[in-house]
Design a protein around this ligand. Structure first.
Ligand SMILES: [Zn+2]
Ligand SMILES: [Zn+2]
Length: 145
């Protein structure tokens, strides 16, 4: 259980700000986040590799109702191994990945950590889909479980 003191200070996850904001590179898409973000992770699946052009996507889960987003995202939908559809959403102007949503958990979404105005507040707690990791993509070994 979290103590009420911890909750008051907002220090309940790796992301400790009570109001986080972010957006794409060109500013056409902006968001503000109320509430405390959840699960923070690095995803090494092939979909995230292609979406980010990198070895993994740093991302965190939020409740859709805590997210207020302005601007329009373009989405590209794929079917995951689970059979659920996953939409990778990006800015149609500058191409920055901003959000990913899945029909498996429709009440939540994932935001890409580098879309935050202050990405340094992101603190991943684990690595997922490590089975498709690239040999050149080195992550903090303490995150590998
Ligand atoms: Zn943009
Ligand atoms: Zn992924």
């Amino acid at each position: 259980m979290l103590s009420s003191a911890m909750r008051r200070s907002g220090k309940v996850s790796g992301l400790e700000n009570s109001l986080l904001s972010g957006g794409c590179a060109c500013g056409a898409v902006r968001y503000e986040l109320a509430g405390v973000p959840g699960f923070s992770f690095l995803c090494q699946c092939r979909r995230c590799q292609r979406a980010t052009g990198s070895g993994h996507a740093p991302a965190f889960k939020v409740e859709q109702e805590d997210l207020s987003l302005t601007g329009t995202l373009t989405s590209y939908e794929v079917t995951a191994d689970s059979g659920h559809s996953v939409s990778h959403e990006f800015c149609p102007v500058c191409g920055s990945p901003v959000r990913s949503v899945t029909t498996q958990f429709p009440e939540t979404c994932s935001l890409y950590a580098a879309s935050l105005d202050d990405p340094s507040v992101f603190k991943p707690t684990c690595v997922i889909f490590q089975s498709s990791a690239q040999p050149w993509d080195h992550v903090d070994p303490q995150l590998i479980k």
